[in-house]
Write a protein that binds this ligand. Structure first.
Ligand SMILES: [Zn+2]
Length: 201
């Protein structure tokens, strides 16, 4: 089960820490506020470890980014591919940053690192659910539905222009937004997000 409400409340808390809410959101500046989390590029990591970019991609099992968690020191290292090749456009980069930030904020890695916690039922989320949660987190962090509504978003192009998502992600997000408009029920969270944005533009 994906913890939708929990993730939304985390997003609201993060927005509350911002003096000004400006789009596109830059997850890197938010990650910088997490004391036990460092960010490094794949390129720098390759240089330090004297290996190739392809080796880092293999270690990370991703062409765009990954998060390493050191259980003994309780420290995170987010690795991000800064190369723009392979269609790693700016919109895709902020998505990856938001996704990895989500893994950190939602506490996925300490749970995944300690199998006993999983066995004892502290964690009833599968790895697929971790991924889905991180994607949901990234989508709500970068492009929250209530703010789409406030800004009268009316096309995928609007999403691309305002929230900085890639064209591909903007299409998907716009479809989700139309569905949300048709089916969602108004919540206190939604009002809080709107009010916060109005006050902190
Ligand atoms: Zn992930």
């Amino acid at each position: 089960m994906i913890r939708y409400a929990y993730i939304c409340s985390q997003i609201l808390q993060i927005y509350r820490t911002m003096d000004k809410i400006r789009f596109p959101i830059t997850p890197r500046s938010l990650i910088a506020q997490v004391p036990n989390c460092r960010v490094m590029s794949y390129q720098k990591f390759a240089e330090i470890n004297n290996c190739k970019l392809d080796d880092v991609i293999q270690i990370c099992e991703s062409k765009t980014g990954c998060t390493h968690y050191d259980t003994t020191k309780n420290r995170y290292l987010i690795l991000l591919n800064e190369s723009s090749s392979g269609n790693n456009v700016p919109g895709r980069k902020i998505w990856t940053e938001g996704h990895e930030y989500g893994h950190v904020k939602l506490g996925h890695l300490p749970i995944a690192a300690v199998p006993q916690l999983a066995e004892n039922g502290f964690n009833n989320l599968s790895m697929d659910e971790f991924e889905a949660e991180a994607d949901y987190f990234a989508s709500m962090l970068l492009c929250p539905m209530p703010i789409c509504q406030l800004l009268n978003i009316s096309s995928p192009q609007d999403i691309h222009n305002i929230f900085g998502l890639s064209y591909e992600a903007s299409d998907i997000r716009y479809n989700a937004y139309e569905k949300w408009l048709r089916s969602h029920r108004k919540t206190a969270w939604e009002n809080d997000m709107k009010r916060l944005y109005i006050n902190r533009q």
